[in-house]
Write a new protein. Structure first.
Length: 292
């Protein structure tokens, strides 16, 4: 991944707050750690296809597949081995963190928002990270872990590239052929159908978990999601409470990627954006169902 000698300094005095919606386009930014910018969150459900530039991969045929835990995700799509779960986490968090330093050209500009960062990092974490992938992604990328062994998006994926469940219920075979799974999910859909609540206590969070906020005053996009990194790959400063997220977009703001410590967010001037248990707008830490 991108190598940087940057020292990340977060000054509470430089904190700012915007009301950009977590949907729409973004743009590249300077490679400097910057102050916290929060958003009103989620993306509209009619957003464009994230795989428009790549031919879709059909899901592998699942014969007699089951959903043993009734969580809506077929068992074959869940990463059952410790090694696969850890390797996915390393790729997922590294891909997300790298966007702070250098936005990937493979990330559709129309999908750059808070949920879009999750979708992009999730999808690319499940690819085969071979030489063609590295060339396509660019010089900022390097191998950070072995590939997931259970499947990749190009080999044996039970869901193809339609990774995200969009409705409640246990998994059924016809979910693979109707609109139950999609290549798009906004922040609320990620929370409701693709992740499970862990805790509002950060001590129980693991790298790759998601943080959700709900701001009901933001009527159009009330949900916002961040990715918990734990110890950052770059400029970690000895801390293990880093998060990365996209600020979202508005009519006048394309948004950007932020990388910041929870300890800094704890002092956010707007209490509604503090990731603490006493903040009712902070919904807590959630774990992807494929990792449960």
């Amino acid at each position: 991944m991108y190598r940087s000698t940057l020292s990340t300094i977060c000054l509470l005095g430089s904190l700012c707050f915007t009301q950009a919606a977590c949907g729409g386009a973004s743009q590249a930014h300077q490679r400097t750690a910057s102050a916290v910018v929060t958003t009103t969150s989620a993306t509209p459900t009619n957003a464009p296809n994230t795989t428009a530039t790549r031919a879709p991969v059909a899901p592998a045929r699942v014969v007699g597949s089951i959903d043993g835990d009734d969580d809506g995700i077929p068992d074959r799509a869940e990463l059952r081995s410790y090694g696969d779960r850890e390797n996915f986490r390393r790729w997922f968090t590294a891909l997300a963190e790298t966007q702070f330093y250098e936005l990937s050209t493979q990330w559709n500009a129309d999908q750059r928002d808070c949920a879009g960062l999750v979708r992009f990092s999730w999808r690319e974490a499940l690819r085969a990270h071979d030489r063609p992938w590295l060339r396509r992604m660019g010089s900022a990328y390097e191998s950070v872990a072995p590939d997931v062994r259970a499947y990749t998006l190009g080999r044996g994926s039970p869901l193809g590239e339609r990774l995200f469940r969009t409705r409640p219920g246990a998994f059924e075979e016809n979910d693979l052929t109707d609109d139950t799974f999609s290549d798009f999910a906004d922040a609320r859909t990620l929370k409701e159908f693709n992740a499970e609540f862990v805790s509002r206590d950060r001590r129980r969070a693991e790298p790759g978990d998601l943080l959700f906020f709900h701001q009901p005053w933001a009527q159009r996009y009330p949900y916002h999601v961040m990715i918990f990194l734990g110890a950052a790959r770059e400029a970690s400063e000895g801390a293990a409470d880093w998060v990365v997220y996209h600020t979202g977009t508005s009519a006048n703001d394309r948004g950007t990627i932020k990388k910041v410590r929870l300890a800094v967010l704890d002092e956010h001037p707007d209490r509604r954006w503090r990731p603490v248990e006493t903040n009712r707008n902070f919904l807590g830490f959630y774990r992807l169902k494929i990792l449960r």
